[in-house]
Design a protein. Structure first.
Ligand code: HGY
Ligand code: MN
Ligand code: MN
Length: 395
């Protein structure tokens, strides 16, 4: 029998690593991230699985025969919520533990590393799936200029060889929705139809740092003014090529030298956009590039573009999705829907290797990537039960 008390206790235990108010600060490779992974490894061993870290720090709990793989990630955003990723990992652990107690079926568990993109986009599963080579990923930097190669040295002797994906028959990821749809409709479960695609790159605009009192406005090459002009123009122009599902975000900005009496000489910012249609992603890219060049020329700025990172939209596997839908109807009759995912997930990368499917539970007020992120306990347990159904583990 699924033990919901043990499941909720373990979810709160994982929350204690890097706890910050109601949320967590557990960036990939940080001390709380590695401490939580060591704890997870001990829990995997207690569930009869063989814990195994690969060179990226992806942590697998391996069954000793071919198995379904369940899980998600346990790293967090710089200021993250307690359920993003954690729910899928702890639910997987509970189902593996129950399967061990029931004498089967074989279930393996994973917590991928750096899903939250300290170094890019879903970095750990990108490397495991072959989407990005280890060598290329190692050159990626975080917003402080630390390379992935440097950061992953913190794994020390944990790091071992790549896990062979051919031992897994499929992958199912339980996650919070992170948006408003289920909460607003009062439904308990979302069965994912497809996951949107994403593009993400760092842009640097460079002008001339100068005195804020003596430099006439007309002579300035102010990088921050360039960024604000770019943002306003981009918002106006993208509206011609997008749908209500398209999103774009400038989420990280670093102004240099960031002093009140200095005309900013440089601004470095993240430019991210997402959509379910690969062609629209390309059209958005074209608008972004043209607008950048136009603004740079008008403000006397130089442009430097970081590598364009991205993942294509993917559809979920039909057979696994139907297993989740059958489970959803059993656990929450009439209280579930099929829906796309606007958030990125490791499942996108894993789909290169095996059939994948995902399910969501509601996020209260649709809030995520924030300390306030939360989900009703009844919904957390409903998600666990649907996952158990789909995995064929007695509930
Ligand atoms: O940003 C995302 O969609 C994911 O939470 N990493
Ligand atoms: Mn997540
Ligand atoms: Mn996230």
């Amino acid at each position: 029998m699924i033990n919901t008390t043990r499941f909720l206790e373990n979810l709160h235990r994982l929350r204690s690593f890097g706890a910050h108010g109601t949320g967590v600060i557990r960036r990939a490779y940080s001390e709380p991230d590695l401490a939580s992974r060591d704890w997870l490894a001990s829990q995997m061993a207690a569930a009869g699985l063989r814990p195994h870290f690969d060179a990226m720090g992806n942590l697998f709990g391996l069954a000793d025969q071919p198995s379904l793989l369940l899980g998600s990630h346990s790293d967090s955003q710089p200021t993250g919520g307690w359920l993003d990723g954690a729910l899928g990992v702890i639910a997987a652990l509970e189902i593996a533990q129950t399967a061990q107690e029931n004498g089967g079926p074989a279930i393996s568990v994973v917590s991928f590393q750096d899903e939250e993109g300290r170094f890019g986009v879903t970095t750990g599963s990108s490397v495991w799936s072959g989407q990005v080579s280890q060598e290329k990923a190692d050159g990626l930097t975080d917003s402080d200029g630390v390379t992935l190669a440097e950061a992953r040295q913190a794994l020390g002797s944990r790091a071992q060889e790549r896990v062979d994906p051919s031992q897994f028959t499929g992958f199912i990821e339980l996650h919070i929705e992170q948006g408003p749809t289920l909460d607003a409709s009062g439904q308990q479960i979302g069965v994912v139809s497809d996951i949107v695609g994403i593009r993400d790159r760092v842009v640097t605009l460079s002008g001339q740092q100068n005195h804020a009192g003596t430099t006439p406005m007309a002579l300035r090459r102010d990088a921050f003014q360039g960024l604000t002009a770019f943002n306003a123009l981009l918002n106006a122009r993208l509206r011609n090529v997008v749908t209500p599902q398209s999103v774009w975000t400038i989420g990280h900005v670093s102004v240099s030298p960031n002093a009140s009496s200095i005309v900013p000489g440089q601004v470095r910012f993240s430019m991210q956009w997402r959509d379910g249609d690969p062609e629209r992603l390309m059209r958005m890219e074209k608008v972004i590039d043209e607008t950048l060049h136009e603004v740079a020329s008008a403000h006397g700025l130089e442009i430097e573009l970081g590598p364009l990172l991205g993942l294509e939209p993917v559809e979920m596997d039909n057979a696994l999705r139907v297993r989740l839908e059958t489970g959803a109807e059993a656990v929450a009759p009439g209280q579930w829907r099929r829906m796309p995912s606007g958030a990125l997930h490791d499942a996108t990368n894993v789909a290169r290797l095996m059939p994948v499917a995902m399910l969501f539970v509601p996020s209260i007020d649709g809030i995520s990537h924030a300390f306030e992120e939360d989900t009703d306990e009844a919904d957390l347990v409903a998600g666990l039960r649907v996952l158990a159904h789909a995995a064929g583990v007695g509930i």
